[in-house]
Design a binder for this molecule. Structure first.
Ligand code: UDX
Ligand code: ADP
Length: 454
């Protein structure tokens, strides 16, 4: 029986392994993490991450063929296949500061694997890594002196948070990169055979290691580029009277363009897009391709501009001052159906309002008060007044404006008549996600603004 170990019980490792365990009851899957609190949560009734459908899948396999543990070394020793799903944040120090990926966690994992392994093992890079990371892994792994043999594969994860379970069950493709040697090909086949239990063979692509590693960065860069493109046009719509949703719908009907990922917003967030583009830029600079680097840098620049543009519009519209004004924020997660706040546009928007001495009152259906306060701690400074409310109606009470920063479905069902009646006059709504019906809000009496709507 094949034993799988996954190192890193986060947004990638947790859902991915839960689905593998569900689809292949004959495998034993153990997810390990250094963070004991996180592991305890995975073993409890309140999982550490919110993802629709995840709890049910975990519950069905947990204790049968799905296990969560802090015993990293012993799980590695027993495993045939080791997935590496640790975090690779952007470096915040030294060479490549603010651009390169910080690979220290990956490297430390490689060192532990090298130290304790015996026998043959397949090491699978699941985390997004800079191109050529597999080479580093291989080099570290060869320091093993217990006669262990390793095959390193790249198998990037393409799941999007909020839809992770359906993305894992029915992915557009699975990508597996490996060495073109007989041993490399055998390792690729072993992993492909696991996925083939529920994914059609034609969706399982095999490539060399470097193509696989690079494809992940490029996929995210292209997706983010679409958002920056539509967001750039949203600014033009606001000036000209064109409506961004109508423009997106019209261009999306062209099958060459396609209709997905054309939703104008206050900017993309999440742990991947910005990090991966910065990583791509760093790679291009490293390989002396400054023109390519500058091209992709514009995608991030546009995203930052969009967030700033939104904050400035709020201040300008509220008669150029938000000092001491209560502003209600609906949604703090970087998108709906997740409790993840990494790089959420809401962080930047809230920080800039706090800077302007506003009183910011935040409501999010899934993000905890602790997490919100931790995200904003840096920006609070001397002016800071932040409050977290567990009820959207309380958050809006006596406020001058509501900002919709995450497109949670439940916001559409709120009683906006009641909200309007509890607010200051004039009452404003700024919908950074075009989630609500602006015409309806205006008919109640709100002054309502949406991205790309004039
Ligand atoms: C992304 C990729 O989609 C996924 O394939 C990869 O594995 C990880 O990175 P994720 O960041 O979880 O997934 O979510 P995604 O749905 O891509 O959204 C990212 C950000 O873009 C969110 O802030 C979202 O609100 C924003 N977005 C998305 C838009 O502003 N407009 C859109 O049309 C789509
Ligand atoms: P992602 O979104 O990529 O899944 P997360 O930060 O949610 O990223 O999860 C990565 C997990 O990897 C964290 O829970 C972290 O504690 C874990 N981790 C990092 N380094 C190690 C390590 N050396 N051994 C075990 N777990 C690790």
């Amino acid at each position: 029986m094949i034993k799988i170990c996954c190192i890193g019980a986060g947004y990638v490792g947790g859902p991915t392994m839960a689905v593998i365990a569900q689809k292949m009851p004959a495998l034993t899957v153990t997810i390990v993490d250094l963070n004991a609190e996180r592991i305890a949560a995975w073993n409890s009734e309140v999982l550490p991450i919110y993802e629709p459908g995840l709890y049910e899948i975990v519950k069905a396999s947990r204790g049968k063929n799905l296990f969560f543990s802090t015993d990293v070394k012993n799980t590695i020793i027993e495993a045939d296949i080791i997935f590496v799903a640790v975090n690779t944040p952007t470096k915040n120090y030294g060479i490549g500061l603010g651009k390169a990926a910080d690979t220290r966690y990956i490297e430390s994992v490689a060192r532990i694997i090298a130290e304790v392994s015996t026998g043959n093992k397949i090491i699978v890079e699941k985390s997004t890594v800079p191109v050529k990371t597999a080479e580093t892994l291989k080099e570290i792994l060869t320091s093993n002196n217990h006669g262990a043999e390793f095959q390193v594969l790249s198998n990037p994860e393409f799941l999007a948070e909020g839809t992770a379970i359906q993305d894992l069950i029915n992915p557009d493709r699975v990508l597996i990169g490996g060495d073109p040697t007989p041993e490399g090909k055998k390792a690729i086949e072993t992993l492909a055979a696991i996925y083939a239990h529920w994914i059609p063979r034609e969706k399982i692509l095999t490539t060399n290691l470097w193509s696989s590693e690079l494809s992940k960065l490029v996929a995210n860069a292209f997706l983010a580029q679409r958002i920056s493109s539509i967001n750039s046009i949203s600014a033009l719509c606001e000036k000209t009277g064109a409506d961004i949703d109508e423009v997106a719908n019209a261009i999306g009907k062209d099958t060459r363009i396609g209709s997905k990922f054309l939703k104008a917003s206050i900017g993309f967030g999440g742990s991947c897009f910005q990090k991966d583009i910065l990583n791509l830029i760093y790679l291009c600079e490293y390989y002396a391709l400054p023109e390519v680097a500058r091209y992709w840098a514009k995608v991030v620049e546009m995203n930052n501009w969009q967030k700033q543009r939104f904050s400035h519009q709020i201040v300008r519209t509220l008669f150029s001052t938000v000092a001491n004004k209560r502003i209600a924020v609906y949604g703090f997660a970087f998108k709906k159906d997740t409790n993840d706040t990494r790089e959420s546009a809401a962080i930047d928007v809230c920080r800039s309002l706090i800077e302007e001495c506003a009183e910011v009152v935040i409501y999010d259906p899934k993000v905890t008060q602790f997490q919100i306060m931790e995200c904003l701690a840096q920006g609070i400074g001397k002016n800071g007044r932040v409050q977290v409310e567990s009820c959207p109606y309380h958050a809006a009470l006596q406020s001058h404006a509501i900002l919709v920063l995450t497109e949670w479905e439940q916001f559409k069902a709120l009683d906006f008549n009641r909200i309007y009646n509890s607010m200051q006059r004039p009452a404003f709504v700024f919908d950074g996600r075009n989630t609500l019906n602006i015409t309806e809000l205006c008919s109640i009496g709100f002054r309502a603004f949406g991205i790309g709507k004039s």
